[in-house]
Every structure is written in structure tokens, then in C-alpha cells.
Write a protein that binds this ligand. Structure first.
Ligand code: XMP
Length: 256
């Protein structure tokens, strides 16, 4: 739970529970220097209003983990921010172990994994690497997009207890059991946030993406129990990213 504690400390020091999703639309690979410069600029402008930066394939693919992305991770750390890799790890254990080791070696404080893979030879190696290196693992519980209902929303018979429950309830219970550092529940489903929060309480914080561009609302997500808001396009693609981040942060502060 090392990451969990550091996130709390950073959020309190920065007086912000906003995690910036540093995502940009596709750029031709030959434009990747300009992409790097854009990412650096947004980070520079927005850092006073956020507590963490979440990276995704939008930057890892064009910039490379140990080239551009590692530099941005270091820059985020220099600004006192935490860093999360949204790689949604979803493979067999040996592969997951390598994925986790590479991202933690690049400096990431936490990564996001998909609990659909199960514990043995799935999540377990990720948690083992994370514990050894005092880093975090955040688990998906209910994704923010519309199709999430087909997987995360289906009714399942829990393999351990034999009882019927929604998939996301089973995942929330697992996030608690494995002492995950966070659970992702889309801001687009505040009723699911509330249900998951009932299970997790303050033991596992809810990270909620989907504010703004995907239609989720700050007040509804926080009111239902989200601890951190993940915001990408509403900040990154705003005419003035710093102003947008500042506004989102103050709205989030009022609603907390
Ligand atoms: P926007 O631009 O919609 O960006 O504010 C959201 C960011 O979060 C990612 N995303 C998710 N990540 N579980 C995740 O782990 C989710 O349910 C989820 N929904 C969105 C998205 O890829 C982008 O980086």
C-alpha cells in the first residue's frame, strides 16, 4: 500500500485530486518531437493543479518507454507528482511480470491491470513485483465506456463462493482482498461508483475516468464516492489547459 499512502500525501500537499490523462490524438510518427514538446508544455502548465499524471499508449507508442516517456515521468516527479501507467495489463503471469518490471524501471509509481486474468499466474506476479519495488497496482472494476456492460456488467457465478453477482462487484471484492492501491470505476456510471464504494469504503480509493469528454460529471462521481478524478481531453485539448485544470480542481474541491 506504499503507492496508496504516497497518493494521499501528494493529493493533500497539492490540494488536488485530479489525475491528468496526458493523451493526445494520433500524430504521424515523424512528428513525435513536436508531440513530446506538446506533452512537456501541458505538464509544465498544468502541474500546479493536479496530483498525478496518467500515461497511456498515446505517448508510449510514439515516444518509447525509455526515451520520451521516461523523461516525462522524471519531469512529473520533479514537479512533485505521482505517475501511473494505464497499460491495463491483461496477459499471462510471465508476460505481466516483464511488463510490470519495464514500466516500474521507467519510473512509474503504479500501473493499471485487468482483474479478468485472475490471481494465480495472472495478477499475482504483478503484485509481487510491485511489492518488491514499493510501487502500486490499480485494478479495473467498471470501465467508463458504453460497452463496459457486456463484460464488467454481466452477472457471473463467483468461482470461489458459488454465489451470483455482477462481475464488477466480484472485481471490487478482489481489489479489497488483494489490497490493491486503487480501483477504476467510470465517472459515467455514478451508481456503480456508489455500489463499489460500499464495498471498498476508504480502504481502496476509487479512480474515476470519464469526466467531461465522455459525459461524466464531477459532482456525481465524487458524491458517489470517487476519490480521484482522471481527466484527459477536457484539460489537454482545452484552449487553455492550465485554466481548465484549475477550474476542474476547484469544482472538485467544492464537491468533496
Ligand atoms: P478522457 O479524455 O476521456 O480520458 O478524459 C480518459 C483517460 O482514461 C482512460 N480511461 C480508462 N482507463 N479504465 C481505465 O483504466 C477505464 O474505465 C477508463 N476509461 C477511460 C482513457 O484511455 C484515457 O486515457
Amino acid at each position: 500500500m506504499f503507492f496508496f499512502t504516497k497518493m494521499e500525501k501528494t493529493a493533500s500537499e497539492k490540494e488536488s485530486n485530479i489525475v491528468l490523462a496526458l493523451d493526445f490524438p494520433y500524430e504521424k510518427p515523424e512528428n513525435r518531437n513536436a508531440l513530446f514538446a506538446k506533452a512537456e508544455r501541458v505538464l509544465e502548465d498544468v502541474h500546479p493543479y493536479i496530483c498525478a499524471v496518467k500515461f497511456n499508449h498515446h505517448l508510449v507508442l510514439p515516444l518509447g518507454t525509455f526515451d520520451g516517456v521516461q523523461k516525462l515521468v522524471t519531469k512529473a516527479h520533479d514537479k512533485g507528482l505521482m505517475t501511473i501507467m494505464d497499460c491495463k495489463v491483461n496477459d499471462i503471469g510471465a508476460t505481466n511480470q516483464a511488463i510490470a518490471e519495464y514500466y516500474y524501471a521507467a519510473g512509474f509509481d503504479a500501473l493499471i491491470a485487468n482483474p479478468f486474468i485472475g490471481w494465480e499466474e495472472g495478477l499475482r506476479p504483478i503484485f509481487e513485483v510491485a511489492h518488491k519495488q514499493q510501487r502500486g497496482v490499480i485494478l479495473l472494476v467498471y470501465m467508463s465506456h458504453r460497452g463496459a456492460t457486456e463484460g464488467y456488467g454481466q452477472t457471473v457465478i463467483d468461482a470461489e463462493t458459488g454465489s451470483k453477482m455482477p462481475q464488477y462487484v466480484s472485481f471490487a471484492k478482489k481489489a479489497l482482498k488483494y489490497s490493491a492501491d486503487g480501483a477504476v470505476v467510470g465517472a459515467t456510471y455514478p451508481e456503480k461508483i456508489a455500489e463499489v464504494h460500499e464495498i471498498l469504503r476508504e480502504k481502496v480509493p476509487i479512480f474515476s475516468p470519464g469526466i467531461g469528454a465522455q459525459g461524466g460529471e464531477i459532482a456525481a462521481a465524487l458524491g458517489a464516492g470517487a476519490r480521484y478524478l482522471i481527466v484527459g481531453r477536457s484539460i489537454v485539448q482545452a484552449e487553455n489547459p492550465a485554466k481548465s485544470a484549475e477550474e476542474i480542481r476547484s469544482l472538485a474541491k467544492i464537491r468533496k
